[in-house]
Design a protein around this ligand. Structure first.
Ligand code: GDP
Ligand code: MG
Length: 149
């Protein structure tokens, strides 16, 4: 997860993207990868993972005290997740932009969540994807999901 500021001014970063169990179940893994690649980012790692409660408690540590935390963990345990490391210029912010707002109902059309997410399928927002929100988060999350990287 090194951030390299190159002589040409580009800031090449890595971010952790997850296609959550709703996205995998609905056959949208390829669509998410397609959008990442179509934008011009590259795939540094891709792995289908069955998450564990321990992994999710660390991944979502910032949310442990939220009322939706248990439902979020149960949802994330409901099937496999496609874990992806995407790389490119300012990809952390760029992927968040591709993903759109957290709530699929108000996420802008054209975004992954706006086009594909569903708020009504269960107690947790079925919003298809996760993307790291800062360089510190990206580094921490890539370490959790890809300990060998
Ligand atoms: P993100 O960074 O846009 O994914 O949003 P957050 O980090 O705030 O929340 C993590 C995940 O928890 C979201 O992607 C949703 O799946 C879920 N979530 C967030 N806020 C709520 C909420 O208010 N209610 C419910 N049910 N789920 C939520
Ligand atoms: Mg978040």
């Amino acid at each position: 997860t090194t951030k390299t500021t190159q002589t040409d001014g580009l800031t090449v970063e890595r971010t952790l993207v997850l296609v959550k169990p709703d996205g995998v179940r609905r056959g949208l893994s390829g669509e998410v990868l397609r959008r990442i690649e179509a934008k011009g980012y590259t795939l540094a790692a891709v792995e289908l993972v069955q998450a564990t409660p321990e992994l999710l408690e660390r991944h979502y540590a910032e949310h442990v005290d939220k009322p939706f935390f248990r439902a979020l963990v149960d949802f994330m345990l409901s099937g496999p997740t496609l874990a992806v490391v995407a790389e490119g210029n300012r990809v952390i912010e760029g992927f968040r932009s591709l993903a759109g707002a957290t709530d699929p109902t108000t996420a802008a059309p054209g975004t992954i969540r706006g086009d594909l997410g569903r708020a009504w399928d269960g107690p947790v927002m079925q919003n298809i994807v996760h993307g790291s929100d800062s360089p510190e988060s990206a580094s921490r999350e890539i370490g959790l999901w890809f300990p060998a990287l």
